[in-house]
Design a protein around this ligand. Sequence first.
Ligand code: SF4
Length: 317
Amino acid sequence: MRYDWTKAEVQAIYETALPELVYRAQTVHREFHEPDRVQTCQLISIKTGGCPEDCAYCPQSAHYDAGVERQGLLDPEHVIGVAREAASRGVTRMCMGAAWREAPAGRDFEKVLEMVRGVSALGMEVCCTLGMLTESQAERLKEAGLTAYNHNLDTSPEFYGSIITTRVYDERLKTLAAVRKAGITVCCGGILGMGEKESDRVGLLWQLATLKPHPESVPINMLVRVEGTPLASIPPLDPLEMVRAIATARIVMPASRVRLAAGRKQLSPEAVTLCFLAGANSIFVGEKLLTTPNPGRDEDEELLQSLGMKPLESHAG
Ligand code: SF4
């Protein structure tokens, strides 16, 4: 396991001829993972819209009018019910997302803890994304049974300011450190297709690959261009860039789960297959990812079945 990758090394990997890159990634993948297994994760928005941050890709930002209906924090019973139903379909990880700048104090945080306790009691892995977190909040989430905390770096530090102006990269790194300190695993990745250059995609992968330890889960998202957000009319990303990024992530962070996250609906079944070949071994299932569309449940099942892939068992115990 290496944490001292140089940017030039990551770039050289990223630029390898595609067949060679995919072959290399698949070789690494087989050393660390079962090649026919894919983890299915369910994402639920527990608090939607009205976020004070200005992430240019996000329909939940209060800065843009993307037609997202705001919804306050859901009732823990409801969330636990959704998780129970997902578990009965073989889903092993429940990810709960809230559109907050930072995790709140008081009653709302207690409610989130109740959700974490309830979902964890079902034997599922539980992940939350609640914005910035203090060390003591991270500790309380850990006590409640939280498996992972999602906090994406989104892109390279150089491009970050073109996408978000309401916070800085270092604040992201600080929350990641608080999560680590509490003994919670890290889910951290980014979004491709936001108008960044190849060097920014490499810069993001390099940042992730030099975190010690590596994030256990690395979501690679393809921008979903939502009307009303500043990135609505950005040209679509070549799906092969997704393949390159996933393969590079697999090579530089061999033991991590690399998640083909948002934007899967924009990829053909062949492109998704190439992403699996490149080392992706986790997907989101369900018709919606927070507020953007995802392939339906049947489509997901059909694809995995046609590829002969099986769901990964939960490690939550
Ligand atoms: S990505 Fe998260 S932090 Fe950014 S605007 Fe959307 S909900 Fe808020």
